[in-house]
Design a binder for this molecule. Structure first.
Ligand code: PHE
Length: 494
């Protein structure tokens, strides 16, 4: 098979037939490239640590199965049927089923969410990038936990360093986007995803040697519901959207290149399973190291940067493995960040008739600029925090407490925009799109179509609404009026 056959080629907007992924595998790899990223290796472990472990993981897995997979199927389906950028696709599909073109707003929200996520995603990817030369130089060899901590705090404390690495990562991302998401990317994904996987497995073996493997496993897999809070449940739901790249049009754009015959259900399940395996492997590596070195599981966003170098510093050939690990992490982040900006670029090309290169430069510069907020939130402006709460005569309900710009962006996108986008996608696909269309696109047996339809029409929207309402402080408000505590309710369920 030639290269051009084996990759995605056309990036055309409009209604003319577009070229397609040559195989199901090409799509699965690209979608996995989008899904597997910092969300799995950086975010999943630290939010698991902040939310007490096993119970959080269990809820997260349930969310992937019951809302993640059905919404992913819905999003791919809409993309394939619309075959355009998310905004035009939503307008077109709404019209096709006799609904308002305002559904284009959903595409809009996705474009903005992708933009905001990339602005901080790139800064964190910059951290990973900066650890490549650090690892290679061997500075972690034999370093103790305090030493490793200092390396991390020196990095995030320096606005100049963060700016430099963020700039390099944005240039990397926009270079691929400007050249079109073809050839190079899929080839890279074909080799690097399996390599990342193998390396993670090697590291799990290392974690087994740490002497605290069982403790790590039991932390991850033994649910202790006394540790879970409403916040934990909602973080788990929000993360299901983030980690599967749902609710903002990335998967919709990738779906728009999917050939007619490919089974959307099989592809979605494959992507979700791989994404979940990577996250769980990351957890199985990190927590044994955390316990072996008496570190704090709830260390927050710095968790992997404080734990992994410590382990690499003590293992044979640690510099080599460590360098390789951060290189692969950067690649995983790279393939995700490309999909974060792709909806905006395809939309801009069509709307302003700009070339792909011009649109990439413009959007790259805007995201780069927006990234400054996140950068400064770790150093110069770390005292600049936002707290929001609603005060009624029942008391004060805190929504955000001392949130920095980074916390705020993460909250706004993961807890509000992606769940809201996913919710609307589920409502559109489950309730508004004509059934004959969804039946034709999904081509499932009546039983599986019924299951998808139930999850997509009822469960996903209800969960989406709960996450959204909670994030907006509405749930706390009702809790107080009704005199109930949802924390207690969730615990009583198990
Ligand atoms: N899924 C990616 C990750 O886990 C992040 C992402 C979110 C990518 C939304 C695209 C869209 O790192």
């Amino acid at each position: 098979m030639s290269d051009s056959e084996n990759t995605l080629s056309a990036q055309s907007g409009g209604a003319q037939p577009r070229e397609q992924w040559s195989s199901r595998l090409a799509f699965i790899l690209a979608a996995t490239g989008s899904a597997v990223g910092l969300g799995n290796i950086w975010k999943f472990p630290y939010i698991t640590g902040e939310n007490g472990g096993g119970a959080f993981v269990l809820i997260y897995l349930l969310c992937i199965a019951t809302i993640g997979i059905p919404i992913m199927m819905a999003e791919i389906m809409l993309g394939r049927r619309g075959r355009q950028d998310p905004i035009s696709t939503m307008k077109h599909l709404a019209r096709e089923s006799g609904h308002s073109r305002s559904w284009g707003l959903l595409g809009w929200m996705g474009v903005i969410a992708g933009f905001l996520i990339l602005s901080y995603y790139s800064v964190i990817a910059g951290w990973a990038l900066s650890y490549v030369p650090r690892m290679a130089s061997g500075i972690f060899t034999g370093l103790d936990a305090d030493g490793v901590n200092t390396v991390f705090s020196d990095l995030v404390g320096s606005a100049e360093s963060l700016l430099a690495w963020h700039t390099i990562f944005m240039i990397m991302t926009m270079t691929v986007v400007a050249r079109g998401v073809r050839g190079g990317l899929e080839k890279a994904v074909t080799y690097l995803m399996p390599l990342l996987f193998i390396l993670l497995v090697i590291l799990v073996f290392y974690a087994m040697e740490s002497g605290h493997f069982e403790q790590g496993l039991s932390y991850l897999f033994t649910p202790d519901f006394s540790k879970i809070s409403t916040k934990g449940v909602l973080t788990a739901m929000g993360h299901a959207f983030f980690t599967l790249s749902l609710g903002m049009g990335a998967i919709m754009v990738y779906g728009s290149y999917l050939p007619e015959k490919t089974s959307i259900a099989t592809a979605s399940i494959a992507v979700a399973v791989m994404d979940t395996i990577v996250a769980l492997l990351a957890g199985m590596i990190i927590f044994p190291i955390v316990f072996a070195n008496a570190l704090e599981p709830a260390a927050g966003p710095g968790l992997i940067f404080k734990t992994l170098p410590l382990a690499f510093g003590q293992m044979p050939y640690g510099d080599l493995f460590g360098t390789l690990f951060f290189v692969l992490l950067v690649f995983a982040a790279w393939t995700s960040s490309i999909s974060l900006i792709e909806p905006a670029v395809t939309w801009g090309m069509k709307t302003f008739k700009y070339s792909r290169i011009k649109m990439s430069v413009i959007s790259g510069l805007l995201v780069w600029f927006a990234g400054l907020f996140t950068i400064f939130s770790f150093n110069l402006a770390s005292d600049f925090t936002i707290s929001t709460s609603i005060t009624t005569h029942y008391g004060e309900f805190v929504i955000l407490k001392d949130a920095t710009a980074f916390d705020f962006l993460d909250y706004l996108t993961s807890n509000i925009m992606l769940p809201l986008g996913g919710l609307m996608i589920a409502i559109f696909a489950g309730w508004l799109m004509k059934k004959e269309y969804s039946k034709q696109e999904l081509a499932l047996s009546p039983f599986w179509y019924g299951t998808w339809s139930f999850l997509g029409r009822f469960i996903a929207p209800v969960m989406g609404i709960i996450v959204f309402m909670n994030a907006m402080g509405i749930i706390a408000f009702f809790e107080s009026i009704l005199g109930i505590k949802l924390d207690a309710f969730f615990r009583s369920l198990f």
